[in-house]
Design a protein around this ligand. Sequence first.
Ligand SMILES: [Zn+2]
Length: 188
Amino acid sequence: MTYDIMQSVSNEPASDVQTCPHCGFSWLPLSRAKCATRMSAAVESFVDVIQRAGEQVGTRPSERRWSILEYGGHLRDVILSVRDRIVLASILDVPVGTPIFRNERVDLGFYAQDSASDVAVELQVATYLFLKTVATLPPNYEERGLIYRTRTPLEITIAGAMSNALHECEHHLGDATENLRSLDSPHG
Ligand SMILES: [Zn+2]
């Protein structure tokens, strides 16, 4: 249903410059400051899309796409999940993460009680927590390693995880914006 970033990134070293075929994001080296600026901007734009969607925020434009609200809930959970991975990797040597089971979260109804105002606030809080964590990392901790999950056991760095989180924000902002466009003009 959506581009599986956890899958993609765990197959490639984070130091290689890859580009997302869907949104054009490049995994170039990313400073903490740049990460903060771009992530804040993407999430603010996402919140703006939530507000502009009005009553259509929970509508799936097609069976193959989530609603803006579901993309927002997914993004919120990804940000929190990557933050936990970064904290763990700061303490342990190359810890192994667990997948977030994105589809299962939706299918089991964990997002069913999400309202537009909830998700808008939660996205901002999750992003703030994430960026506070990144800002607090001791010097050079960006180079510490972690493994996203056991099924694809390839090591990336905390810097790579920061890029992944930023990609999720910018990529799903694209999804939400695309939803908004197709909901505005369902026949065009
Ligand atoms: Zn992308």
